[in-house]
Design a protein around this ligand. Sequence first.
Ligand code: BGC
Length: 393
Amino acid sequence: MIKMVGKNSTKLKNMKGITLLSLGIAAIFATAITSCNNQTSNNTMEVKKGITKAAFGNADGKEVFLYTLTNAKGTQVKISTYGGVVTSWVSADKNDKKSSIVLGFDSLSGYLAKPPYFGAIIGRYGNRIAKGKFKIDTTTYTLATNNGLNHLHGGNKGFDKVIWDATTENDSVPALKLSYLSKDGEEGYPGNLTVDVLYTLTDDDELKIEYNASTDKPTVINLTNHSYFNLTGDVTNTILNHQLQIDADNYTPVDTTLIPTGEISPVKNTPFDFTSATKIGLRIDSVKGGYDHNFVLNKKDSSLTKVATLTEETTGRKLEVFTMEPGLQFYSGNFLNGTIKTSDGKAINLHTGLCLETQHFPDSPNQPKFPSTLLVPGQKYHTVTVYKLSVNK
Ligand code: BGC
């Protein structure tokens, strides 16, 4: 049965309805404005168990997102779709004090100011290619020269400055898959290169980075990650008291423009001997400019092998590096000079972060004696690196 209501009462009800509706709309606007102002905190949503996604700003007219992977121990790794950058890796030290072991910024603007590759995926080619030129068969390719006369880390707009597509996975642990199509001719490289990078955070505090790529024309490739580690978790400390061990009896000496001379030289009786754990600051002054060298790893095949260990006494932190790659670039943050500031205003000074970049050797496309970085159609590029963090209490 339909209940009849009087004319006036209908009017009143309508007015009430309008008022409620206006209040509702106002509330929605207010929420929208607050969340715009506070994107990184209010905009966060859980996309899978242990994975949240938040707006991180805009670049190249596209939205950028920041994903947070959290494991069972409460360790958190944040990764941006801009550059595939690991912006922070927060874990507890031996005193249960939480801090980030990598240098990074809280907002996208920090990255848009082009810090030297902080935390980023590097491609197509990690490190330098002499004079930005290389040959495949009889064709010479000319790349962007963005480091004096040389090509560095993929050129003017390498993989560290592009926006990656993201998908998430959680089979048993949180993972973020980033994908990018680097078009034929990008930065001078031949071939459409399809790349994906899978970041996984295990419950053992391992950050596993799996790189896959394929091409439709012969090209060269050397992907890595450029995280700057500081195990003290405090950028006001240098990394000079960290102890480093690298399983490498040889390294590749460089010329004044940091291009390998082509020699493979023994580290024995040189400041490059890290075959046993050694304090980084001990001999750094005898290496002009500081460490920025490729170590020829002793491993004999492309299996995933432990190649380096970094420790820091005051926090008890230990970082072990496992890789399938034949080389490791140990870079002691020699070009950090205090001009870049953290999001909370601290100067990022000389040697306050160090990189352990797993890779093929620099300038391999021009060095016939180095392991090849050629990728041809039909071949799958696949390489894995794991950074494993632990604490000695
Ligand atoms: C290179 C350095 C370079 C740095 C940029 C390192 O991988 O080896 O020479 O200056 O990246 O931050």
